[in-house]
Design a protein around this ligand. Structure first.
Ligand SMILES: [Fe+2]
Length: 608
């Protein structure tokens, strides 16, 4: 077999991915193994895990691909910083040790991290957006498609349109730094008191509580959206050099005050800002989608880049955009670019160091349901639980499902760890916390007692694919939880009156209150038996007992923690939160029977 390794990292969300004869064998994000959220270090652990999962060594690799061109990125950093002297000079002085400390000599870094790598193994570098585009198109089921990649920034590009055909990706247009939808969204994330690069989901979750009253101001003063789908930011209001806040005094004055500190309460102003930047982002993305359609004439669109995790915008692109079909890389952020780099190397032309393999897309995508991470065998799970003095019962999978469904019906919260770990930010039923979506107080209970996070944040429903249309206005599948769709009319409960702001959270809007957002929408995961057999079987059992084919599915972690990887991570998280039941591999554990009140955490907490 011919093996290609892809690597991303040294900025945020480091990861590695391994192909064998073009098939995706393994992909892991470093944070899941190192237990440091958004870990940006060189992904030593992920690389080792990928090689171990395939049972190979570095000596078996034919090519290694990195997701960026370091020299090009360095020259952008240099040019931007020096162009904005003297402030830029200071920012540059902070950044330069990083570059000199190994970001420039990546070839050397890769060789030293992969002892045994053969001299003839090629090491190649894609651009950042080439890697995103490859992760979107070359893993998709489409033989041809338009490709749109949108993020903060790579080398220079922040937005790119390309055309995918066969095994090739042809770049068509780019928008360059500092004009960036990702940076603009992050600027509002920071301004509303959330962390850049991880708080963007929170801002998106907050948006439906607000009014879009800043939209016109934003469009007049901060971003201009052009007829052709392109856009420009007004740098009088933004500070792209300040990676942690991105806004300046003029911005603060314009939008009604200083940035919110994380410990300050959320005011109506923040809700309205969240709603407004979300609306502007959606409008910009619809414009870009139209442009990609015009440029390619394709009826199919592939999306990647961090902004493609904006599932509300994705739902609108599918419903209102010019494309018939949409495929979004589930690891749309920079972790997925490791996979993109590997795919670009495997299918890429020989003259650019690629292996020029032919591509025959299948009926489904090539992501194996997103389950590309490591899995612990039952003996290893039991050994870990024993080490931790846990109390468990081992049982066959049928009994395990029955006991878990008993617990769910009794209103308990269940930690569910089965099979290979997900690649990408969403837990898809292999590292999940589950609950009964019919319960009206489940959303705030799970948020506050289990995940220790803000009560406004909605949960997502996992629904049996074959019954998804009865519950959600979704045509087709959404196996990666990347689309937001309206809850079906038949499930809606009309309200006598609409409350204001965050009080809207308490109003019951559907038969599935715990997963129905205040605007009547839900971030849907459709679960089918081919990709996700164990989780499908559990949903089937819950349906047989209750008539309801839906469960709450949220990632298995607490605030500030990466999603759990191993049985040990899962047990620690279980003990330290209010999760009632843990089902890990063949083992069933109840909270009351455990000898611990608390355990040392398995992760480095990062403040929000
Ligand atoms: Fe990116």
């Amino acid at each position: 077999m011919r093996y290609v390794l892809g690597i991303s990292g040294l900025y945020h969300d480091s990861a590695a991915a391994l192909l064998g004869d073009g098939r995706i064998l393994a992909a892991v994000q470093e944070e899941r193994l190192s237990r440091r959220k958004n870990d940006a270090r060189f992904p030593e652990r992920s690389i080792r895990s990928c090689l171990d999962q395939a049972g190979i060594t570095a000596g078996d690799l034919e090519a290694v691909a990195f997701y960026e061109k370091p020299i090009l990125k360095f020259s952008r950093t240099l040019e931007v910083f020096l162009g904005w002297a003297p402030r830029g000079g200071r920012a540059f002085a902070r950044a330069i040790p990083d570059w000199l400390g190994g970001r420039l000599d990546l070839r050397g870094r890769i060789r030293s991290s992969l002892p045994g790598l053969r001299a003839e193994c090629s090491i190649l570098f894609t651009t950042h957006h080439e890697a995103h585009a490859a992760s979107a198109f070359l893993a998709s089921p489409f033989p041809e498609a338009a490709i749109l990649t949108v993020d903060g920034v790579g080398e220079w590009a922040t937005t790119a349109i390309a055309r995918g055909f066969g095994a090739g990706v042809e770049p068509l247009e780019e928008i360059h730094f500092p004009h960036s939808l990702g940076l603009l969204y992050s600027a509002f994330t920071a301004y509303c008191g959330f962390r850049v690069n991880s708080g963007e989901y929170k801002l998106m979750g907050l948006a439906p509580y607000g009014e879009p009253r800043w939209v016109e101001t934003l469009l007049e003063d901060v971003i201009s959206l052009h007829e052709d789908g392109s856009f420009r930011l007004n740098l009088d209001y933004l500070d792209p050099l300040a990676e942690d806040h991105l806004t300046n005094a003029r911005f603060h004055e314009h939008f009604g005050g200083p940035p919110r500190r994380p410990d300050e309460p959320l005011e109506k102003r923040h809700l309205d800002l969240a709603r407004s930047i979300q609306a502007v982002t959606e409008r910009a993305l619809l414009g870009l989608a139209r442009r990609a359609h015009e440029q390619t004439g394709s009826a199919q669109l592939c999306l990647a880049g961090g902004v493609a995790l904006n599932c509300v915008a994705n739902g609108r692109i599918l419903r209102e955009g010019p494309f018939r079909k949409l495929w979004i890389q589930p690891a749309a952020g920079d972790a997925g670019a490791a996979l993109g780099a590997a795919l670009a190397a495997w299918y890429g032309p020989l003259e650019r160091g690629g292996l020029a393999a032919p591509r025959t897309p299948g009926a489904s995508d090539s992501m194996a349901g997103g389950f590309l991470g490591p899995e612990e065998m039952p003996q290893a799970v039991e050994a870990a639980l024993k080490r931790l003095d846990a109390v468990w019962e081992r049982m066959d999978s049928e009994l395990l499902r029955e006991r878990v469904v008993d617990a769910l019906i009794a209103g308990k919260v269940v930690g569910w760890v089965q099979g290979r770990m997900e690649f990408g930010p969403r837990a898809l039923g292999h590292r999940s916390i589950l609950g009964d979506p019919r319960s009206p107080d489940m959303q705030s209970r799970m948020n506050l007692k289990v995940k220790f996070r803000e009560s406004f944040r909605p949960f997502a429903p996992a629904v049996l694919a074959e019954r998804s249309a009865e519950f959600f206005g979704i045509s087709g599948e959404s196996p990666y939880m990347l689309l937001v769709a309206p809850v079906a009319d038949a499930q809606r409960i009309p309200l006598a009156h609409e409350a204001e702001g965050l009080d809207r959270l308490k109003q019951v809007r559907s038969t599935l209150p715990a997963v129905t957002h205040v605007d009547g929408s839900a971030r849907v995961q459709t679960v089918d038996p081919e990709r996700n057999p164990q989780f499908h079987a559990l949903l089937k059992r819950f349906e047989a007992r209750t008539g309801c084919p839906v469960l709450i599915n949220t990632s298995f972690n607490v605030r500030g923690e990466p999603v759990v990887g191993s049985a040990e991570d899962a047990y620690r998280c279980f003990i330290n939160s209010q999760i009632d039941v843990l089902a890990v591999g063949p083992c069933y554990l109840e909270r009351e029977r455990q000898p611990h009140a608390a355990l040392p955490r398995s992760f480095e907490a990062i403040p929000d």
